[in-house]
Design a protein around this ligand. Structure first.
Ligand SMILES: Nc1ncnc2c1ncn2[C@@H]1O[C@H](COP(=O)(O)OP(=O)(O)O)[C@@H](O)[C@H]1O
Ligand SMILES: [Mg+2]
Length: 344
């Protein structure tokens, strides 16, 4: 039962009044007026003293707690003093508010701990990723200094290897810069109307050598499509499509096929990049968007991958209010798709 100070005072006053009047009744020669006057005085005195005591005790305490809470300068403690003190049950209100607040803070602490672990792991990953190409390049250069330079054939081979490691390092640092820019929101998207078919053709041209090396066919579907006008940041969307198509070539099969499919919807275009490669095992699918996550580490490094491509893609698309869907069937191939707003 939820008793307010008023009710407690009323019940106590009633009880004491009845008790007093009943006892007084047994006293000989007691007149009715006396009983009434005593009853009224008794009731009023008990009622007010009890009410005052309960009220003062509870409300003073509540006020005290309120002041301590305020002293902590807790901004998001959103209870106001007036409604609290006017409430029927201020202690309960205060209790609910405090426990809500504690739950909220607990969640924040969990999130901070998670971020801290994430940060620590990221730092460890970055150092590891940086170390690999630096050590490799360093090794080749030192071997050259130690005498390999005298044999021109060996020298050129080692220099090529050192250059490849440094190119990898360059790609990694560039990806890290982009990633940190998109994450801190420093990289503002420049939205404009652009033609995805033209961008895709540009990328196909860029990747022609890589595709020819693996004998991969690059196709656009529907083949007759002239243009696909969407609203997006051209440079960033180029990067997104580049990563999907490059991945499809790199992780697809030899003599395979990579198709960029455009599907027109009411307000959007869905763009899909499909390959007929070995696919991504189910247990890895949710993790490939994590930074540095690769299904096959050595294959990724060998082909100059940084493992950051899909993490960047995810951020860029989310800045376009879009997200990536992946479906993959082992042995059959993979399909990455996303939607962009049609230009009207
Ligand atoms: N089309 C694909 N087929 C198979 N695996 C893929 C495909 N695209 C991406 N992956 C897997 O996802 C990982 C992450 O891709 P990404 O972030 O672009 O890194 P990177 O290309 O630098 O290796 C790749 O290392 C690869 O294992
Ligand atoms: Mg990639």
């Amino acid at each position: 039962m939820n008793l307010s100070a008023r009710w407690i005072a009323f019940l106590l006053a009633l009880f004491i009044t009845v008790l007093t009047v009943v006892f007084l009744n047994f006293v000989p020669d007691t007149k009715a007026e006396m009983l009434v006057v005593t009853g009224v005085i008794c009731f009023l005195a008990t009622y007010f003293t009890t009410y005052y005591t309960v009220d003062v005790l509870i409300f003073q305490e509540v006020d005290q707690i309120y002041k301590s809470v305020k002293k902590l300068k807790i901004k998001d403690f959103n209870i106001k003093k007036k409604p609290l003190l006017n409430s029927q049950n201020p202690l309960k209100l205060l209790n609910t508010e405090i426990s809500d607040y504690v739950t909220e803070k607990q969640k924040e602490i969990e999130e901070l701990k998670r971020m801290e672990t994430f940060r620590r792991e990221f730092l460890a990953n970055v150092s590891h990723e940086l170390k690999t190409p630096i050590f490799a390049a360093q090794g080749f250069v030192h071997t050259l200094i130690d005498g390999a330079i005298d044999d021109p054939e060996v020298a050129i081979r080692f220099l090529n290897k050192a250059a490849k490691s440094l190119d990898g390092l360059d790609a990694l640092v560039r990806d890290l810069v982009v990633l940190s820019q998109v994450e801190t929101g420093e990289l503002k998207m420049q939205f404009e109307v652009l033609d995805l078919v033209r961008i895709t053709e540009d990328i196909f041209e860029q990747l022609e050598d890589k595709a020819t090396k693996r004998d991969t066919k690059l196709k656009i579907k529907p083949a007759k499509i002239q243009e696909c006008l969407v609203v997006a940041d051209p440079q960033r969307i180029y990067q997104v499509l580049m990563n999907f198509i490059e991945n499809a070539i790199k992780y697809g099969k030899d003599h395979g096929k990579v198709t960029v499919v455009f599907e027109e919807q009411k307000k959007h275009y869905t763009i899909a990049v499909e390959d007929d490669g070995p696919g991504i095992p189910q247990e890895h699918i949710n993790r490939i968007f994590e930074r540095f996550y690769r299904v096959d580490k050595s294959r990724s490094r060998e082909t100059g991958g940084t493992g950051l491509g899909l993490a960047i893609v995810k951020h860029i698309l989310s800045a376009h209010n879009s997200s990536v869907s992946v479906t993959s069937k082992p042995g059959k191939g993979t399909r990455f798709s996303f939607s962009l707003l049609k230009a009207d």
